[in-house]
Design a protein around this ligand. Structure first.
Ligand SMILES: Cc1cc2nc3c(=O)[nH]c(=O)nc-3n(C[C@H](O)[C@H](O)[C@H](O)COP(=O)(O)OP(=O)(O)OC[C@H]3O[C@@H](n4cnc5c(N)ncnc54)[C@H](O)[C@@H]3O)c2cc1C
Length: 450
């Protein structure tokens, strides 16, 4: 039996991804003694970097570029608490490239929200006037329908957009590039509630909300164990897999970690739902039938720079976005993964090079010095219609056992922001049970829609 901390109540958290870590941090700040049990040798969960072979040596790569938007207020709050906000750079200009290389940029102008994109939108060359008019009508409908909340969770975003007269070009060249990368599902699968809420948050609720945050360092360094070690009441146990949950009389008595029983005053599961379902089937989270969408990261390194853009959305092809690193010599892409799922590594690299050369002619002339493909088959949950109603809140039928995880009831798709909100909510629920008035969740610049 592991020792029970003498000062403060002890909280044991299963899972050291962003949800578990955010709950742990704010609880430790409140004076709880917090133990986080993480099965892997590093924290950060799905926001991860891996070491892969590079010639005779090794190179570290992110599983895929992770980005955030300025409206992700809770994630930024966590960065501030950890003192790592300077490790993220924000961009207020997006470049869209068409095959052939023609570019258009989107940035906020002088007008206040929701008219801040009017000027840039007028200048966009990859959409016709008819497309732009249909998108403007769509935006007006988003502003109106966002107030209907989860009632919109009965139809797909594709159905909603077609019902609001969107042209094929507007669907393919505007709505899909913006939403598919955020929700990681096609317009035909994602719930209209998720799509409408994100468009509202990112484009209509506040002028700077759309700005994109890109970590300046690898995810493994952004969420390094050292940052969490600065909090003396937070103990991170890496390589410690939770293997069982023990309940009696409406309480969780303990969790099993590497074969040992761990006791605490309160427990949080910050495990992925499928892991919790298999370890604790009688909990009945309602999530066990939920499926996943994959993400593939493609990383290409060239001898010479192939672009001076920091990133761009690529229209009409399989590869959706690229992010340039190391002076434009290392490009990381996110691909339409369902297409890439069945392809071999070399096939994916060949496709990426062929498509990329259509947008960046330098790629055809540059020497490729390294190519890697990273795949996460369970990258994100599928937020299709009906999903919102199934998501549980932080409380369970056991009075000292709480849930966190991006899949819980946060209103967000599978994102770092959703994970942090869930961790903060679980921490708030623990404080409430202890009679401590604490509020950790901050306004996501959502204009009060939730
Ligand atoms: C390739 C990829 C790209 C993404 N891109 C973005 C993006 O651009 N922007 C964005 O906001 N989000 C993105 N996401 C989603 C984001 O990473 C997740 O939503 C978020 O990290 C989830 O955090 P979590 O704590 O809820 O879950 P997880 O990160 O899954 O954490 C759960 C933790 O539990 C651990 N665990 C599992 N079983 C056990 C056990 N038995 N005992 C102990 N520990 C266990 C796991 O190792 C993991 O560390 C992406 C995800 C992937 C995979």
């Amino acid at each position: 039996m592991r020792g029970v901390a003498k000062s403060g109540m002890r909280v044991a958290i299963a899972g050291g991804g962003l949800s578990g870590l955010s709950a742990a941090w704010v609880l430790a700040e409140q004076g709880f003694d917090v133990d986080v049990y993480e099965s892997r040798r590093f924290p950060g969960g799905r926001a991860a970097s891996y070491e892969v072979p590079d010639g005779d040596g090794r190179i570290r790569l992110d599983n895929s570029q992770h980005i955030l938007m300025r409206c992700c207020g809770n994630l930024q709050d966590l960065y501030r608490r950890l003192g790592i906000e300077h490790l993220v750079e924000y961009y207020s200009q997006f470049t869209f490239l068409e095959p052939g290389g023609r570019s258009s940029t989107l940035r906020a102008g002088l007008l206040p929200a929701p008219l801040h994109f009017a000027e840039a939108f007028a200048g966009i060359r990859f959409l016709s006037l008819a497309d732009k008019l249909s998108i403007s009508r769509g935006m007006i409908a988003v502003r109106r329908d966002v107030r209907r909340g989860p009632l919109l969770d009965t139809l797909t975003m594709g159905e909603w957009l077609r019902g609001h007269g969107q042209t094929e070009n507007a669907l393919r060249r505007f709505w899909a590039p913006v939403l598919v990368s955020a929700v990681n599902e096609t317009l035909e699968v994602m719930s209209a509630w998720q799509g409408i809420r994100l468009i509202y948050l990112g484009f209509l609720a506040g002028k700077g909300n759309y700005e994109m945050g890109v970590p300046k360092v690898l995810l493994g360094d952004l969420y390094a164990a050292d940052h969490f070690a600065r909090q003396p009441r937070l103990h991170l146990h890496l390589g410690s897999a939770v293997t069982g949950f023990r309940e009696a009389d409406g309480r969780l008595l303990g969790i099993e970690v590497n074969g040992e029983q761990v006791e605490a005053g309160a427990f949080v599961s910050a495990l992925p739902f499928e892991r919790l379902c298999s370890l604790f089937p009688s909990l009945e989270t309602g999530m066990c039938q939920t499926s996943h969408s994959p993400i593939a990261g493609i990383h290409l390194r060239f001898r010479q720079p192939v672009t001076n853009l920091p990133h761009a959305a690529l229209l009409d092809r399989n590869i959706q976005w690229f992010f340039a690193k190391e002076g434009g010599t290392l490009l990381s892409y996110r691909g339409a993964s369902r297409t890439l799922e069945t392809m071999g590594k070399q096939e994916i690299v060949d496709l990426a090079l062929k498509e990329l050369a259509e947008f960046l002619p330098e790629v055809g002339r540059a020497t490729l010095t390294g190519a890697w493909v990273t795949r996460e088959t369970k990258a994100t949950f599928v937020a299709s219609p009906g999903f919102e109603a199934r998501r549980p809140g932080p409380r369970t039928r056991l009075r000292n056992f709480f849930l966190a995880g991006d899949w819980t009831n946060t209103g967000w798709p599978s994102t770092m922001e959703g994970a942090v909100i869930s961790g903060y909510r679980a921490a708030e629920a623990i404080c409430q049970v202890q009679g401590i008035p604490a509020r950790f969740v901050v306004d996501s610049r959502d204009g009060g829609i939730r």
